[in-house]
Design a protein around this ligand. Structure first.
Ligand code: PXG
Ligand code: PLP
Length: 440
């Protein structure tokens, strides 16, 4: 290991136990395809696609070259009142990938910004169609929608909310669908739980009245809170209720987008078309930040056609919306996904991945395994009084043994790049199995 030419003091790391990390730092200095290289020159298998985002594996030349070319040509273009060709081409590509008639794209930079954008478009839409009293936003328990005030308001993770005051004023949450008693060790979509969607109608609409509700936002399959797969019929039921009462349905596909479930979007996989889709992460294979919202024409047209000619229609946007380098990265990434048929590959590998994950049934501490496509959650029994401690130790030992996993609470989340080989899936599962034997 080279001596450090930096201190560990000035950087305040995100969602990290800073003091613990700085006492024993884990540093990556390079990455290629399925592997990271550590600062002590070890290879670490990426079992998590970074943070669910490097779907095509690391440092892919097609993407890297496109970024370099763009940087040599047009480094930046003002996002407001000016355009450049790449952002329009990428919008077309995304429209072609999207299911149904989701055919307009608004760009942002992070998943959190995409969520904020979608919530604001929902409110703006309700207003231009004469329903401006519809301001209530509905999320779900255990939902993760990033860390903006909009996202934590509709999000359902207590730790991400409790320090931040009152947030958005009018929000409610549906129940989550995780139930170990009914659905433990489900393969694919659990059979029990579609009726949990009915609470949108029976409690939430009953309480707030549909005439006050703008939109419902859910992850079609929840990633961050430990891979919660939608029960059979659940998303269909949400769609029906939203249609019945005029609520917009937003799918947050920041994690599920770009192949994770075996299609471009989980909306296609599960056969339910929302009114908006938020995307981020995999759209550029995580090389350069880019996110956005796919929007159905009725929403886009209502807002855009409502403004007088020559006037800005939506008072929203970011300095870096549609950034040339980010959209160049996206164009190359979508091309690579297409060329290598990576969404199809995810679909074909999914049964092997499922079997490898479920082979951990019977390992010490494992109380549930669940999966869909190329995502799997392995839930451990928490240590009494020390939530998360057991899984964190598994994370550390796996890292020592050359495998990167992600843990959230006492759940191990696996979401490898879609280029993973079967032998590497075995390495991932075998390492976890070995480590579980050694953990109290
Ligand atoms: N929506 C969803 C569904 C997400 O998963 C965001 C919004 C926010 O995206 P940004 O780009 O603002 O972080 C996310 C992000 C994890 C993990 O390990 C998950 C995310 C981010 C970091 C870690 O579960 N999801
Ligand atoms: N990306 C997507 C999503 C496509 O659908 C297509 C063509 O249909 C392309 C890229 C073009 O890819 P290629 O690099 O193979 O020309």
């Amino acid at each position: 290991m080279k001596p450090r030419d930096y201190s560990l003091d000035s950087l305040w790391m995100p969602f990290t136990a800073n003091r613990q990390f700085k006492a024993a730092p884990r540093m990556f200095v390079a990455a290629k395809d399925m592997y990271f290289t550590t600062d002590d020159d070890r290879q670490v298998l990426d079992g998590t696609s970074g943070l669910w985002c490097v779907n095509a594996g690391h440092c892919r030349p097609r993407i890297v070259e496109a970024i370099k070319r763009q940087l040599d040509t047009l480094d930046y273009c003002p996002a407001f009142q000016m355009g450049h060709p790449t952002e329009f081409r990428v919008a077309d590509l995304l429209r072609d990938l999207a299911p149904g008639d989701l055919n307009h794209v608004f760009f942002a930079n992070s998943g959190s910004e995409a969520v904020d954008t979608a919530l604001k478009i929902a409110l703006a839409y309700q207003r231009v169609r004469g329903e401006g009293q519809r301001t209530v936003l509905i999320g779900r328990e255990r939902g993760y929608h990033g860390v903006g005030f909009g996202g934590i308001s509709v999000g359902g993770i207590p730790a991400n909310r409790k320090a931040y005051g009152s947030m958005l004023p009018r929000v409610d949450h549906m129940p989550h669908t995780h139930n170990l008693e009914k659905n433990a060790f489900s393969r694919g979509q659990p059979l029990w739980g579609a009726h949990l969607a009915d609470e949108l109608e029976s409690r939430i609409i009953a309480l707030h009245d549909a005439s006050n509700i703008a939109a419902v936002i859910v992850e079609p399959a929840a990633g961050s809170t430990g891979v919660l797969i939608p029960p059979v019929g659940y998303l269909q039921r949400l769609r029906e209720i939203c249609d019945k009462y005029g609520l917009l349905l937003i799918f947050d596909e920041v994690i599920t987008g770009f192949g994770r479930t075996g299609h471009a979007f989980a909306a296609e996989t599960f056969g339910v078309i929302p009114d908006m889709i938020t995307f981020a992460k995999g759209v550029t294979n995580a090389t350069i930040p880019l996110s956005g919202v796919l929007v159905r024409p009725a929403i886009h047209d209502a807002i855009v056609n409502n403004a007088p000619p020559g006037m800005v229609e939506l008072f929203h946007g970011y300095t870096y919306s549609g950034h040339p380098v980010a959209t160049a990265a996206a164009e190359a990434t979508l091309g690579l996904y297409h060329e290598e048929k990576l969404f199809e590959r995810a679909r074909e590998l999914a049964p092997y991945f499922e079997n490898a994950a479920h082979a951990l049934k019977g390992s010490r501490h494992v109380i549930d395994i669940r999966n869909y496509g190329m995502m799997a959650g392995i839930e451990l029994d928490p240590r009494p009084g020390k939530p998360g401690a057991r899984a964190f130790e598994v994370f550390l030992r796996c890292f020592e043994k050359g495998v990167l996993i992600r843990v959230t609470g006492d759940i191990i989340a696996l979401s490898p790049p879609l280029i993973i080989e079967k032998a590497q899936i075995d390495q991932l599962a075998d390492t976890i199995a070995e480590v579980l034997k050694t953990i109290d």
